[in-house]
Design a binder for this molecule. Structure first.
Ligand code: B16
Ligand code: MG
Length: 218
């Protein structure tokens, strides 16, 4: 029986992928690089620094110093922060509020394992911060997803064995991170893309506690 559920944020609890995309696109354009939605898929779940590297890799003729990289990341984050100021409880994906409540009722702990440094602000805006026993600060771990560090940190802090944890992710890199952590992975999205997950649902509305526990106990 699981003791801890670790949630990803962007793509699982709410959809901030669009705002990330708009902000990265604007930043990329400022240095003459065009990105599209398909490319944006490869940025999902990936940290700010690694995302910038992926964008810069699209033009090997550009030489960007570490200082300029920091500036570019700040610029992107400012634009992103501007875009997320209006996030509200109505933006929570279907089924998530119910799942959080069911977990509480069953005394299962809840953690947030997002790669986003803006996660504390977002869960506050969504008015769900009181549900979380622990929120991982991605700056406190060495490696981002697909490395398992963020998920391991949540379990360590709450003193739960890795095999008693469930991780929920929408990104390919995120599911890999959960598996690497030795936890039960639940993928939300396209079954073909997330076929490395232990259990996949197409939509957050299908995230039912009983179904997840049944699979977990198998
Ligand atoms: P920030 P998640 C990830 O959130 C996003 O999917 C990814 O697009 C973003 O670059 C990353 O957080 C870092 O976000 O720039 O706000 O620190 O899916 O791990 O909840
Ligand atoms: Mg995600």
């Amino acid at each position: 029986y699981p003791k801890l559920f670790i949630f990803d944020l962007d793509g699982v609890i709410t959809d901030t992928a669009e705002q990330h995309y708009v902000a990265w696109k604007e930043m990329a354009q400022s240095i003459g690089i065009e990105i599209d939605r398909e490319f944006n898929e490869s940025l999902k779940g990936v940290s700010r620094g690694d995302s910038l590297d992926k964008i810069l890799n699209l033009n090997h003729n550009l030489h960007v110093s570490e200082e300029q990289k920091t500036e570019l990341m700040e610029k992107k984050n400012e634009a992103y922060r501007e875009l997320i100021t209006s996030i509200e409880p109505e933006d929570i994906y279907p089924g998530i509020g119910e799942l959080l409540e069911r977990l509480r009722e069953n005394s299962i702990k809840i953690a947030l394992g997002s790669a986003s440094k803006n996660a504390p602000f977002i869960i506050k805006q969504l008015q769900i911060e009181h549900h979380f026993d622990y929120v991982v600060d991605p700056a406190s771990v060495e490696n981002g997803k697909p490395a398992p560090d963020i998920f391991l940190k949540a379990a360590d802090e709450l003193d739960v064995a890795y095999e008693e944890c469930v991780g929920i992710e929408d990104a390919i890199a995120g599911v890999t991170a959960i598996n690497e952590a030795g936890m039960f992975s639940v993928g939300v999205g396209d079954e073909a893309q997330l076929d490395h997950a232990d259990y996949v649902v197409a939509d957050t509305a299908e995230l039912k506690l009983e179904a997840i526990i049944d699979r977990f106990d198998e």
